[in-house]
Design a protein around this ligand. Structure first.
Ligand code: ATP
Ligand code: MG
Length: 140
């Protein structure tokens, strides 16, 4: 087992409903440590850059519009197998398919407004962490 870091984003549907603390409690309850955290309002260009891998997907435009509709909270999570552990506590992309007790099951509004983002691999985590944070911002 390896100590890993992953990028998490609390999305605008969740910040709007004042769920940052409730989501952080779920993350910490899953054994993840929040070693950096920043609340930001993304610009359209920043959201497009962050989700560039989804550029060709039919939902890309809507997703970008949603991600700039309010503040987000970007976080670096640290823990054993942090990438997979965070994906587990997040639950499935579509809240209708998410397991009981997961963040998306309890809080997500829809497949788009699904409350959290989590990196899907260690490689992407490194890229996504660097998108929001410098090394000095991360205090393990
Ligand atoms: P994330 O990358 O946000 O952690 P994910 O890896 O579970 O979520 P992806 O397939 O990477 O899901 O999709 C990225 C995001 O795009 C989703 O979290 C969701 O907000 C949105 N999305 C995905 N599929 C759809 C869809 N069919 N319709 C609308 N929005 C979608
Ligand atoms: Mg994804």
């Amino acid at each position: 087992m390896a100590l890993e870091r992953t990028l998490s984003i609390i999305k605008p549907d969740a910040t709007r409903r004042n769920l940052t603390g409730a989501i952080n409690a779920k993350l910490e309850g899953a054994g993840l440590r929040i070693v950096a955290q920043r609340r930001v309002r993304l610009t359209t260009a920043q959201a497009e850059a962050f989700y560039a891998v989804h550029r060709e997907r039919p939902f890309f435009r809507d997703l970008v519009t949603f991600m700039v509709s309010g503040p987000v909270v970007a976080q670096v999570l640290e823990g054993e197998n942090a990438v997979a552990r965070n994906r587990e506590v997040m639950g499935a992309t579509n809240p209708a398919n998410a397991a009981p007790g997961t963040i998306r099951k309890e809080f997500a509004e829809s497949i788009e407004a699904n409350s959290v983002h989590g990196s899907d691999s260690a490689e992407n985590a490194a890229i996504e962490i660097a998108f929001f944070f410098s090394a000095l911002d991360i205090v393990g």
